[in-house]
Design a protein around this ligand. Sequence first.
Ligand code: NAP
Length: 445
Amino acid sequence: MTSVARTRNLRVAVVGSGPAGMFTAGELTSEGDADVDIIERLPAPMGLLRYGVAPDHTSIKSAATIFEEILARPSVRLFCNVPVGHAVSIEELRSRYHAVVYATGATSGRDLMIPGEQLPGSLSAAEFVRWYNGHPEATKFDLAHTRRVGVVGAGNVALDVARMLLKSPTDLRQTDVPAPVLDALEVSGVTDVHVFARREAIYSKYTTKELREIGKLTGVDVIVDPGQVESDPTGEVSMAAKRNLDLFRAWSTADRTDAPRRIHFHFATRPVSVLGTDHVTALRVERTDGSVKELSIDLLLRAVGYFAQPLDGVPSDQDTRTIPHQNHRVVRDGMAPAGEYAVGWAKRGPSGVIGTNRADAEETADVIRADRSTLVERSLEPVNDLPDLLSDRGVPFLDRDSWAAIVRSEADLGARLGRARVKLHEWEAMVEAGSLHLKSSTATI
Ligand code: NAP
C-alpha cells in the first residue's frame, strides 16, 4: 500500500473529462494550491468537445488547446478508461479526496414518446453525433440506401446532424472525422433532409451563426414555405430570433437552383407517430392548424435534447435528470455539506455552449475554495493512491502520456491517409495506442 504523497494541497477528484470537468480542473489548479485527478470512463478525454462538437466546427474544437494546457500541469493527473461506480466507487473516492466534483455531462438523447419511435431507422440524434465523432460505443450508420431523413428539433444539434448529412464529404476530409464515417458519407444516398420544429420559426433555438452555415452548404437548396414565415412576431423577441426569421424569409423567396440535395424546414409541425412495420418508412406530423400529413422518410433522427444517466452512488433528481445541488454542493439526504460538488450539464441540464461551462466551473471552483478550510480538516483515510488502487484491481487505466500517444497515433493515421489527424474510434484501438508508450518505456529500462 502506497502512502498518499500529495497531502499538502487540497486533493480533488473530478469525475468526467469534458469541458465542465476540464475547466474546473483548470480553475482549481490555477493558484497552485490544489491537486486534481480527472477520472474518465472512456479511453480518451475531452467529452463533449471530442464526441459532441461537430468535426467541421474547428474553431470550437480549438478549445482542446486550453484543455491540453490544463492536462500538462504537474498538479493535474488523468485517469481514462476508468468507470467510476465500477472500477472505483464513489465512497472510495470520497475517502481519498477532500472534494469530489461530478462533471459527467448529459449524454443520452431524449425520446419523443410517440408511437413507432422505437422502430429500426428511428434513432436519437445523439447516436448520429456519436457516430460521426468516432465515439467508441456509437451505433454504425449505413447511409448508402438512405434518401430522405427526418430530423426533429429546433436546436443546434438538429442543425449539426442536418449539416453533416448534407455536407460534401470532400470538405470533411480536412477534419478528424474517422475513416469509416467518411467512407459512409461518400456513398451516402441522402438527397433530402426534413427538419421539424414544433413551434414557429421565431421560436427556434438555432444560433444564427450555425443557421447561416446551412445556407452556405455546397449543392444544397434550402426550402422554406413562405406561408410559414410571413407573419410578424407578436410580443418581445430577441435580436437573434429576428435574425433567424430574416434568414428563413430570405430562403423562402430564394430561387431554387436544382441542387442535388435539399433541406426543408417545417415550422409549427410536430411529429405524431413514426410509421413502418420492420423499419421506418414515414413520419406522421400535425401542424398547429390541425392539418395532418405523412412524409416518406428512411431515417428519423430525434434531436429534442439530452438527459444525464445517473451515476451509481450519486443522487439524481428523477424529474430533471440532474444532480440536485445547493450552490454547486450536491444535496444528499436533504443536506448539502462541503465535499461533493456538481458542474456542467450533469448539474444544469443540457443547455448552453462550451464556454457556458467555463463560467459554471469558475463558480463551482469558487465554492470549493470557500469550503477549503472545512475540506482540509477532513481526515482522509491513509489509503493507497488512485494509480495503485487501480493497478491492484487490474484496471487498465490510461494516463496523460497515454493520451499523448493516442494523439500521436491519430496524427500518424492521418498522415497515412493523406489527411490531417484522423480519430481512432474503436475502444481497443485507443487502449492499444495509449498503452504503446508504456511498452516502449518498459523496453528502454
Ligand atoms: P435545445 O437547444 O434545447 O433544442 C431542443 C429542441 O427540441 C427544441 O427546439 C425543442 O423545442 C425541441 N423539442 C423538445 N421536445 C420536443 C418534442 N417532444 N417534440 C418536438 N420537439 C421537441 O437542445 P440541443 O439542440 O440538443 O442542444 C443542446 C445544447 O447544446 C444547446 O444549448 C445548444 O445550443 C448547444 N449546442 C451548441 C452547438 C454550437 O454552438 N454549435 C452545437 C450543438 C449544440 P421547443 O423549443 O419548442 O421546446
